[in-house]
Design a binder for this molecule. Structure first.
Ligand code: ADP
Length: 724
């Protein structure tokens, strides 16, 4: 609006100019802007405000064409109020219309309701309260009706200055009206004003012009939404507007005090929905000759900006948290990767290496001063690995699929070839995008070595198996051979036994005859014998008996061997056998002069066995004891062991004893400790062999405890009941 920029008068010069100079200043302005009534009127009012103490005033002009009184200038009031003010001239009784015809100034007191009968109370931009109306007339004073009105609040105004300004203004009005341009002036004014509002309303940011007290002078549509509400609007909306006004004036006064040109934030309420609106207020002070000091404030809505900033801030924080999590995850991953002994390489979707563990670094990196060979090895390794990875990246493998391949690498430090198995997998995001490829290289040397050893082992095992088969076949042949030999031997043994049995039998008959006849001769059947003949005959008898013993024993052995020793089982008391055995060997005992002591079992153990055979064994054992004992004594002890369901007869002597190495051998056929031709003791070496066989056939056994020079103890143990 041009009138706002009309700064014709310089305030700086005010204090030093005289009253005449002041008036001259206004007149100069009138000269310069002689065609612009509104400007001149505005300048006049401002002049009055400045020099004549008129704080609030309004200038009205008669628009003859429209038949109205219109506001053309104002001070201490809003421009809007001035410019929108129109007053019909039709009612001649109206105080304002009447004032046009008045010769001098009149004072009006607008009152509420119908103050004056039949007249509408003039409501001017000056608002409630009395005001003075001065008709503006030209110098000719011929006009009945003034051309305009000067409205001002009555007070300590300089009346001279006021009437001077009124006359000057009246003259100018008359002059301009003489050319008929008041209406045009007004129309231009209105156009400018409309344009002004169109412009400021087009601005989406609220724009306000306020006076230094924070009173609203001009506001664009946006600002009005925030700061203005009519009576008809809702209570909530009006409250919101009220609050906004309070907040705004507080902010404004703060801005004026603190730093006027600085942008500051202002939180307002949206009157339409009550939501918070954040504005950035940029205020600047404007000096206007008519309006005085005003403050233009532009409010920029930064609610969205702030929200976006907060969102960005929030996102940034979230990003940082995620980043920290990702970092931790990466650290953990590194830890895992580094703790794996196999080389691990992580590559991005382009095949660039992004991470590798220490074992991988040994294969794929090289120091700055490494020998050329090492560098070449690393390059070759790189090339092999890249071709493997590109195969995976270009290949058809889907997510989760694993690609395996063999790569020949070289240890850069030792130039040793390392065949590796590469196992690569794709790492996909949730959205299915490839983010990385993880490859593990597994050294195959050990596996290859194992495979080689396994092959060797297999060969050796096959060979061994063949050998075992050969040996088994050989063994089978041998076994077969042995089996046949055993059969043959058995046959031979049987034949031998048969032969021995036959022979013994054949020997025994004539021998018995010899012994019978010898006995008869010794009994003197053929008459008294010479002592020498008798001795010879006794020798024949003795040797014959010995031979008979041998033959009987051989016969026993062969019978047992041939299984022809019949069993005669009966119940008998083992204690009873002892005196019988002693009686049978009584002559020998008597000859030996040894004490033979029987020790019977207290509970008389009754056994079910072959009485004859048990007796034969004990006789044999006792006769051996007598034969091999020169001094001391012999004991025959009977014991029973019900817990083991067995009974035993033990023959112990204090004789020559038997060395441990002979303990087993003496039980073999024809075996004697001393088997030299010059041996001291007679015998066939068959006695113990027969005893053991008999004991075995009774289900029992013979055991021996003996030490050389200390005596021997032979024990026959038999079950309480022999099963046939
Ligand atoms: P022999 O008819 O020779 O006595 P045996 O079979 O009865 O045959 O005994 C074999 C050998 O065991 C005897 O020659 C003897 O050397 C030894 N022998 C057996 N009984 C005794 C014993 N009580 N004391 C020492 N030696 C014994």
């Amino acid at each position: 609006m041009s009138s706002l920029q009309a700064r014709g008068l310089s305030r700086a010069t005010v204090s030093i100019v005289s009253p005449a100079a002041r008036r001259l200043e206004l007149l100069e302005y009138f000269l310069v802007h002689s065609e612009d009534l509104a400007r001149c009127a505005q300048a006049s009012l401002e002049w009055l405000a400045r020099y004549a103490g008129v704080r609030r005033s309004v200038c009205l002009a008669v628009d003859g064409e429209g038949g109205v009184l219109v506001g053309i200038a104002g001070v201490g009031v809003t421009i809007e109020d001035v410019e929108l003010f129109t007053w019909p001239l039709s009612d001649a009784r109206d105080p304002l219309v009447a004032a046009l015809s008045a010769a001098a100034a009149v004072t009006l007191r607008p009152s509420r309701g119908n103050g004056q009968v039949g007249r509408a109370t003039p409501s001017t931009p000056l608002g409630a309260g009395p005001f003075t109306v001065i008709p503006l007339r030209g110098p000719r004073e011929t006009e009945d009706t003034a051309l305009g009105l000067l409205l001002l609040r009555p007070g300590a105004a300089h009346a001279d200055d006021v009437s001077w300004v009124a006359s000057v203004l009246g003259q100018t009005m008359e002059r301009i009206r003489g050319r008929g341009s008041v209406a045009e002036d007004l129309r231009r004014l209105r156009r400018e004003r409309a344009l002004f509002f169109t412009i400021i309303n087009a601005v989406t940011d609220p724009i306000l012009l306020t006076d230094t007290e924070g009173r609203l002078i001009v506001a664009n549509a946006r600002a009005e939404k925030l700061f203005a509400a009519s009576e008809e609007e809702s209570e909530g909306r009006r409250r919101a507007v009220e609050l906004n006004n309070m907040l705004f004036s507080a902010a404004l006064s703060r801005a004026v005090v603190e730093a006027p040109s600085e942008a500051r934030e202002l939180l307002l309420v949206d009157p339409s929905d009550g939501s918070d609106l954040l504005f950035e207020v940029l205020s600047s002070t404007v000096e206007d000759p008519r309006e005085g000091t005003g403050i233009v404030s532009v409010l920029r809505n930064i609610t969205d900006l702030r929200r976006a900033t907060e969102q960005i801030e929030e996102n940034y924080q979230r990003l940082r948290v995620l980043e920290a999590a990702a970092r931790a995850e990466r650290d953990r991953l590194n830890l895992i990767i580094d703790s794996v002994a196999d080389p691990i390489i992580v590559t991005d979707p382009e095949g660039e290496t992004v991470m590798m563990n220490a074992p991988a670094e040994e294969l794929f990196t090289v120091g700055t001063v490494a020998p050329e060979a090492a560098e070449r090895s690393v390059q070759a390794n790189d090339a092999h690995f890249s071709s493997f990875i590109s195969g995976l990246l270009l290949g058809e493998t889907g997510p989760g699929e694993i690609r395996r391949g063999e790569i020949g690498l070289t240890n850069p430090n030792t130039s040793e070839a390392i065949p590796v198995e590469a196992i690569a997998g794709k790492v996909m995001t949730d959205a299915g995008e490839l983010t990385a490829v993880v490859t593990i290289l597994h050294d195959r040397r050990e596996a290859l070595e194992r495979a080689r050893l396994y092959e060797q082992l297999k060969l050796a095992s096959d060979e061994l198996q063949m050998r075992v088969q050969a040996a088994t076949a050989e063994l089978a042949t041998q076994n077969e051979l042995l089996r046949r030999q055993a059969i043959e031997l058995e046959q031979a043994s049987r034949l031998k036994s048969q032969f021995l049995a036959n022979m013994s039998h054949e020997f025994r008959t004539p021998l018995n005859a010899i012994l019978g006849y010898t006995h008869m001769l010794l009994q003197g059947v053929a008459g008294e014998l010479l002592p020498s003949v008798k001795r010879q005959l006794q020798r024949i008898d003795s040797n014959g008996r010995h031979l008979l013993t041998i033959i009987n024993e051989i016969l026993d052995i062969t019978r047992i061997e041939a299984g022809k020793m019949p069993m005669q089982l009966s119940h008998f008391d083992l204690n009873d056998l002892v005196p019988e055995v002693m009686a049978e060997l009584d002559p020998v005992i008597a000859r030996s002069k040894l004490a033979v002591t029987p020790r019977l079992a207290p509970e008389a153990p009754v056994v079910y066995s072959d009485r004859q055979k048990v007796k034969q064994i004990v006789v044999n054992l006792l006769s051996n004891a007598l034969k091999f004992t020169h001094q001391g004594e012999i004991e025959i002890s009977v014991r029973s062991d019900p817990a083991a369901r067995a009974a035993s007869i033990e023959v112990s002597d204090t004789g020559i004893g038997i060395a441990p190495e002979h303990h087993e051998r003496i039980f073999e056929d024809f075996r004697q400790v001393d088997d030299s031709p010059t041996r001291q003791y007679g015998g066939t070496g068959l006695g113990l062999a027969i005893c053991r066989r008999l004991a075995t056939s009774l289900g029992g056994r013979i055991t021996l405890h003996s030490a050389v020079g200390r005596g021997s103890t032979f024990t026959l143990t038999i079950p309480l009941e022999t099963t046939p």
